[in-house]
Design a protein around this ligand. Structure first.
Ligand SMILES: Brc1nc2nc[nH]c2c(Br)c1Br
Length: 356
């Protein structure tokens, strides 16, 4: 489908490769044009493709507000994925399409192939490229140390691209990171909860999926930014490295989820963070008694996960899993990417040297 965009649409800055000496304030410069402006420009009309061009096969899963099926594109017999959206507000559908369009072609961003509508019930569907994903509960235990760094680096590439376009994903979790391990291909999917960041805007904190939600979301701090995505990456990395999925498994609500985090990061840092941002914990937290010390990451090493642990991966986990991410996320991403890339390069060199 071609999406007609009024010429006056606010144009996003072109994406300079983050590993270049990028102007780290590209995100800051970008957020000056508020997301409201960008949003107004995107009330666009969609020229719908034809649902009958796609043969639906088995169901793959459920998205944030959708059902997802394996499909065949009848025009070229290619596999694809058809995401049938529930008849929610068209505004959200348009936001997801707008975001997928803005991010199209970006590193490891799932490609939107078509936007179709069922002429009978008018429900819209999004057609994506197919990824031969292996369920993470099966795949992650098979990954070695290098695989974990490789996939986390590629997830961070997708996120630093999205953030440089002023877009937060807001639902990072293993279920939204498709990995075709045979082809070493990673795609970040389900941008249904994504939104444009605007430093002057307050955001809903009910987004994301509990085990991967950042502390600022759990305490209802509505001034969060891109760094909420980085917390979720930290949860994924810790889960992959320590072979504990999910890494923070709260029992039944946000209070318990925050306590689960505090049992690892300690309560001292939590209360310091809450005080710094003048965040009142609602009365649900009143029963939070007791005081937790900060655990050392080394305490999570076991004979089963030792082969995945190294001091620089532990260091990276420590950088991502922090109560307070107010250091500019884009800068942090540059640091993180460089750290991993330097490390990947070093490993490659080591491997070559060993072969000599
Ligand atoms: Br988009 C998209 N969503 C999915 N949900 C389950 N598997 C999925 C795949 Br593969 C893709 Br591609």
């Amino acid at each position: 489908a071609v999406v007609h965009e009024p010429a006056s649409a606010a144009t996003a800055p072109n994406y300079t490769d983050i590993t270049a000496n990028s102007s780290v304030n590209s995100v800051a410069q970008f957020t000056r044009n508020t997301s409201q402006e960008r949003w107004n420009h995107s009330i666009f009309d969609i020229s719908w493709g034809k649902l009958e061009n796609y043969q639906m096969l088995d169901k793959l899963g459920d998205g944030s507000y959708s059902e997802v099926f394996l499909g065949i594109n009848k025009l070229d017999n290619e596999s694809c994925v058809v995401k049938i959206l529930q008849p929610v507000a068209m505004r959200r559908v348009k936001r997801e399409i707008k975001i997928l369009q803005e991010l199209s072609g970006g590193p490891n961003i799932v490609s939107l192939i078509d936007v179709v509508r069922d002429n009978r019930n008018k429900t819209p569907s999004l057609v994506f490229e197919y990824v031969n994903n292996t369920n993470h509960k099966t795949l992650y235990p098979q990954l070695n140390d290098f695989d974990v760094r490789y996939y986390i680096l590629n997830l961070l590439k997708a996120l630093s691209f999205s953030h440089s376009k002023g877009i937060m994903h807001r639902d990072i979790k293993p279920y939204n990171v498709m990995i075709d391990h045979h082809n070493r291909k990673l795609r970040l999917i389900d941008w249904g909860l994504a939104d444009f960041y605007d430093e002057n805007r307050a955001y809903g904190t009910g987004v994301g999926s509990r085990y991967w939600r950042a502390p600022e979301l759990l305490v209802g701090y509505d001034g969060y930014d891109y760094s909420a995505d980085l917390w979720s990456v930290g949860c994924m990395l810790a889960g992959m490295v320590f072979q504990r999925e999910p890494f923070f498994r709260g029992k039944h609500d946000d209070v318990d989820q925050l306590l689960t985090i505090a049992r690892v990061l300690g309560t001292e840092g939590l209360f310091k963070y809450l005080h710094e941002y003048d965040i009142e914990l609602d009365e649900a937290f009143d029963h939070v008694k007791g005081w937790y010390q900060t655990e050392r990451w080394a305490s999570f090493v076991t004979p089963q996960n030792r082969h995945l642990v190294s001091e620089d991966v532990i260091d990276l986990i420590g950088k991502l899993l922090r109560y307070n991410h107010k250091v500019s996320a884009s800068t942090k991403q540059v640091v993180i990417e460089h750290t991993i890339q330097v490390d990947l390069t070093r490993k490659r060199i080591d491997r070559r040297l060993r072969k000599l």
